[in-house]
Design a protein around this ligand. Structure first.
Ligand SMILES: *[C@@H]1O[C@H](CO)[C@@H](O)[C@H](O)[C@H]1NC(C)=O
Ligand SMILES: *[C@@H]1O[C@H](CO)[C@@H](O)[C@H](O)[C@H]1NC(C)=O
Ligand SMILES: *[C@@H]1O[C@H](CO)[C@@H](O)[C@H](O)[C@H]1NC(C)=O
Length: 393
């Protein structure tokens, strides 16, 4: 606990320092349904458009005008770390998607989830990380719009980050709030970082419902003006014809079943410099070309695992009741909170557990963390909580 207080003291002054409100952008993702070679109507209401791989949204990005598609990664990585014991009953890893019941995308195309008409500005972006707020003596402060419950490592030149994460269905209270579980690679300070992320999220504004969906995200300015989820803005180049970003994670675990897990791995291709996103152990969904980035082009400064809740109602009373993880407190014996295992960093050619890592929670009375690293073969990270509750009014 002492260490957590220390981290909060270290991070808080910097979080409060001045930062401008982001400008509203009028950039809208182009509607690609006219390019679709085939449109698949899924039972869950999603429409998946199969788009010619060379006409996908990524290539609307000015830096990618002459980009040459890399169809598959140059090499694969062996996990040299100890395999985790399965004594606790191994969770099934999922990579299937519901829309496959109703068809599949032909060779040479990529499946793109059709965005719902949200008529909201910037719906595809992350919410601004900070918001303006009046101090009692009339000063204007900027307050973070998010709460983290993470495991953090830094100190090396990371070229990859990976984890198994349990799939959960957190309550999201308001439509403009969201809850994610993700692996995040970052470079730069909290107010001006470049990042790539992958994992699952419940995000009503982006997807129009409260289902748990696979996502990727990137930014080069701490979510101020650039970047977005999935392929809702140009940037991420998709190569897989199997997996649609933003699709619902399926099957859904029934109560009393063992939960499902997904595996995500972001890693840099040593020959092309593309940052690949691998789903499960086999499927490479696509990549972020290095041209999108400046500082995170060749390596990341930090790798983080864990949960993030975005809401204007963090750090205030009444607090948001949007949950992190499953909404349960992280108590490792119960195994019912947000959970990550087999956390790895890629250093050179070696995929391994980081030499050191620390856990951190912005608001431990609302969302807490538990890091189990002693006397286990492979460390485990538990995170989450209900948000508004007895200790978090
Ligand atoms: C965010 O973008 C606006 C508009 O370009 C800029 O004025 C502001 O300084 C940016 N903020 C940060 C922290 O980069
Ligand atoms: C999708 O496939 C399922 C199972 O084959 C079928 O029951 C359903 O009607 C199909 N849905 C649509 C929208 O075509
Ligand atoms: C902050 O205070 C100013 C004037 O002191 C007022 O105009 C503004 O509406 C207040 N903003 C909020 C969010 O309370």
């Amino acid at each position: 606990m002492g260490f957590k207080y220390l981290m909060i003291l270290l991070l808080l002054p910097s979080i409060l320092c001045s930062r401008k409100e982001p400008l509203k952008l009028d950039r809208k993702s182009k509607i690609h349904k006219n390019h679709a070679i085939l449109s698949i109507h899924s039972e869950d209401g999603d429409i998946i458009d199969c788009i010619d791989i060379y006409k996908q949204p990524a290539f609307d990005h000015p830096a990618l005008k002459d980009h040459k598609i890399q169809m598959s990664p140059s090499q694969s990585h062996e996990d040299v770390a100890v395999q985790r014991e399965t004594a606790r009953g191994s969770r099934a890893t999922v990579t299937s998607q519901l829309w496959h019941k109703n068809g599949s995308c032909p060779k040479g195309t990529v499946p793109i989830r059709r965005a719902k008409d949200m008529h909201l500005p910037n719906y595809e972006r992350k919410k601004a990380m900070f918001s303006r707020h009046n101090h009692s003596i009339g000063q204007h402060w900027l307050r973070p719009n998010y709460a983290l419950g993470i495991l953090h490592t830094e100190g090396y030149a990371y070229i990859g980050g990976k984890a198994d994460m349990v799939v959960q269905y957190p309550k999201v209270e308001l439509d403009d709030e969201y809850s994610t579980s993700r692996v995040s690679l970052k470079t730069g300070p909290y107010y001006d970082f470049e990042a790539m992320e992958a994992g699952w999220q419940v995000n009503p504004t982006v997807y129009g419902d409260r289902k748990t969906r696979l996502f990727v995200y990137w930014t080069i300015d701490a979510a101020n003006k650039t970047g977005c989820f999935d392929v809702t803005c140009p940037g991420f180049v998709q190569t897989s014809s199997e997996i649609a970003l933003g699709a619902v994670i399926y099957p859904i675990a029934e109560p009393n079943d063992l939960p499902y897990q997904i595996t995500v791995f972001i890693y840099r291709d040593p020959y092309t410099g593309n940052w690949w996103m691998q789903y499960g152990e086999q499927t490479n969904i696509g990549y972020w070309p290095p041209e999108l980035f400046l500082r995170i082009r060749n390596q990341a400064e930090t790798v983080q695992w864990g949960g993030e809740v975005h809401s204007k109602r963090v750090g205030v009373t009444p607090h948001t009741a949007t949950a992190m993880g499953s909404g349960q407190w992280p108590i490792h014996m119960f195994h019912n909170s947000g959970m990550m295992t087999r956390m790895r960093v890629l250093l050179g050619n070696v995929l391994k557990f980081p030499d050191w890592a620390f856990e951190y929670a912005d608001e431990y009375r609302c969302y807490d963390v538990e890091y189990v690293s002693d006397y286990v073969y492979d460390p485990e990270f538990y995170f989450g909580g209900p948000g508004r509750s007895y200790g978090c009014p």
